[in-house]
Write a protein that binds this ligand. Structure first.
Ligand SMILES: [Mg+2]
Length: 232
């Protein structure tokens, strides 16, 4: 028996496209350097994750602040209310999000294999993350009892306890467990520290990290190819 645990954002669907599109719609300009935009935005996302998970601030307010900070740092023309507007637009775009055709095929194959357990480990505000589970229709492949939103637990990614929860729930040893995610710090490092295998989707094209994951890919195509090759 093997267990495969997925992150949601920028793993089971590509969030970056929607984050940038929302900024472009509100500012009425095209973002010249997507990679730099996402680098700054994610840097700001790391600042107050704890406040978000504890419910001190809402996802909408935090996203508005992240947008304004990113606009300011990149020297994009903006009004103070544009961050909030971009956060609204992003939420609207998110209501139409889908799991890609290729990822659907991979998940269908995994779900049909009795020797594979599928789980989700996601960070963020509980209500917001469960909404995504519903909007993406993830319970087609993932039993709800195998979905852990860190906001529902006393722990934050990459706390090793979150990984231990899957081990005890499934009775599967760390060596037979895999974490699939896009954040080295939150998904990959935690899994490797727990003795798991890890597949890293390095969407931000970062350089070598502290511990080298078992597999590193840089695009959705490479991701689904690697999943098929490794588990099918
Ligand atoms: Mg992610």
């Amino acid at each position: 028996m093997r267990g495969i645990v997925f992150d949601i954002d920028d793993t089971l669907y590509c969030r970056q496209v929607m984050l940038i599109k929302a900024a472009e719609i509100v500012l009425g300009v095209s973002i010249p350097d997507w990679q730099e935009f996402m680098r700054v935005y994610y840097e700001k996302s790391d600042v107050n994750m704890q406040m978000l998970e504890s419910g001190e601030v809402s996802t909408h307010d935090i996203n508005g602040w992240r947008y304004n900070e990113t606009f300011r740092i990149l020297g994009l023309p903006y009004d103070p209310e544009d961050g909030g507007k971009a956060a609204d637009t992003y939420l609207e775009l998110q209501s139409h999000m889908q799991v890609s055709e290729d990822m659907t095929k991979v998940l269908d194959a995994f779900a049909a294999d009795p020797s594979i357990k599928l789980g989700i480990l996601t960070a963020g505000e509980s209500k917001h993350q469960w909404n995504k589970v519903d909007m993406l229709g993830l319970d087609r492949w993932f039993d709800r009892s195998n979905i852990i939103v860190s906001g529902d637990t006393p722990y934050m990614k990459p706390d090793i306890e979150l990984f231990r929860m899957f081990e005890s729930r499934w009775g599967i040893a760390p060596a037979d467990l895999w974490m699939i995610g896009d954040s080295y710090k939150h998904d990959i490092k935690g899994a490797l520290d727990a003795g798991w295998h890890a597949l890293w989707i390095n969407r931000r094209f970062l350089g070598p990290q502290e511990i080298t994951p078992d597999i590193t890919v840089e695009s959705d195509k490479e991701l689904t190819d690697a999943l098929t090759k490794t588990f099918c």
